[in-house]
Design a protein around this ligand. Structure first.
Ligand code: SF4
Ligand code: MG
Length: 340
């Protein structure tokens, strides 16, 4: 079976008037099967959002997909290379409006403040399914109900500002589902919410994923969220996917020093009291402009040795779909680290 989404050797570059192009994301290979969840995880600025926006061809004007393919293959259809489409072409607009939707941390980036949520969702449904206003409203009410908005028929007449943060997030999810997408891209959708609402929204997304059979590409910097929802995980650092695979394999025995450091920085219940003493990762992520030659993690890696600064490590298969990029692995010098 062809995967729903396959990124092959994707590179994304930003141009600037007075400097050389900056490669923000390089050599990215990702695979997402229909109905599954892939989490992209990493610190801010590592290229997660840029990668997601490239899939929808919603990159800023100064950014280009400078290499690679983004193959999208909904069930029963031919694969399309999204990287080869014009961002505003009809085929791309069809994918964007009908097959792939996106939700964000901030619901107001997809909801209009001047229309009721019901009118906005009705309009999407009429556009995509050619329904009449009355039928569209019935479907809107049922969507609002499915996303857990109480009193959906009355709430449909509310403006976004009249809803709480959690309900607005739910309204945005209803909007994203209105086209029954094959793929939902979720960029930190729970980051701004309190812990309880966050858990409720994650549960809701898991339930909707089952009901709709849609795949999710879920972007987060929170490994707890990854553990909750991922089938597969890809760990990004400064534009590179440094480790990826089945979430169970990667979490049980992370092989890349960066993943190992991330895992150590999560407070477990037993270690919560030690939270203050746990040192996460020393130093900060350099900007993509100052990416070290060779391995991008060199400037922060406690294991860096001589080949690291010279060339970028290749991919080492660990087993199953688990892969990591680190010179220690090719030289067999790094043992799997099992987090306590
Ligand atoms: Fe550290 Fe070298 Fe491995 Fe990079 S390649 S993660 S610098 S040991
Ligand atoms: Mg981001």
């Amino acid at each position: 079976d062809k995967p729903l989404l396959k990124l092959e050797d994707v590179e994304i570059a930003f141009s600037s008037p007075d400097e050389a192009d900056i490669v923000a994301v390089r050599q990215v290979d990702l695979t997402l099967a229909a109905g599954k969840t892939l989490c992209l995880v990493g610190e801010s600025g590592c290229g997660k959002s840029v990668t997601a926006r490239a899939i929808l061809r919603l990159l800023d004007a100064n950014a280009v997909i400078s290499r690679g393919r983004i193959l999208f293959c909904p069930p029963g259809e031919e694969a399309v290379d999204i990287a080869a489409l014009e961002p505003n072409s009809l085929p791309m607009r069809k994918i964007r409006g009908n097959k792939v939707s996106m939700i964000f941390q901030e619901p107001m980036s997809s909801l209009s403040p001047v229309h009721t949520i019901g009118d906005q969702i009705d309009e999407m449904i009429m556009l995509h399914e050619g329904l009449k206003p009355k039928e569209a409203r019935e479907r809107t009410v049922s969507l609002l109900d499915q996303v857990g908005i109480p009193g959906p028929r009355e709430r449909a007449d509310a403006y976004p500002f009249q809803l709480s943060g959690g309900l607005r997030q739910r309204a945005m999810i209803a909007m994203a589902l209105s086209c029954t997408p094959n793929l939902l891209i979720a960029d930190e959708p729970t980051t701004a919410l309190d812990v309880t609402t966050q858990a409720q929204i994650l549960d809701l997304l898991k339930k909707l994923q089952d009901d709709y059979g849609m795949a999710m590409l879920f972007i987060t910097h929170d490994l707890g969220v990854v553990a909750e929802i991922a089938d597969d995980v890809a760990v990004m650092y400064l534009g590179d996917v440094v480790e990826q695979g089945n979430v169970f394999d990667v979490f049980r025995a992370p092989r890349h020093p960066y993943t190992q450091a991330l895992m150590r920085s999560i407070p477990t219940i037993a270690r919560k009291s030690e939270r203050q003493r746990l040192s996460p990762i020393k130093g900060t992520v350099p900007s993509a402009k100052d990416r070290p030659e060779g391995c991008a993690f060199t400037s922060r890696c406690p294991h860096a040795f001589e080949p690291c600064t010279g060339r970028q490590p290749g991919r080492t298969p660990i087993g199953g779909n688990h892969v990591a990029r680190c010179h220690l692995l090719t030289e067999d010098r790094l043992e799997a680290e099992v987090p306590a």
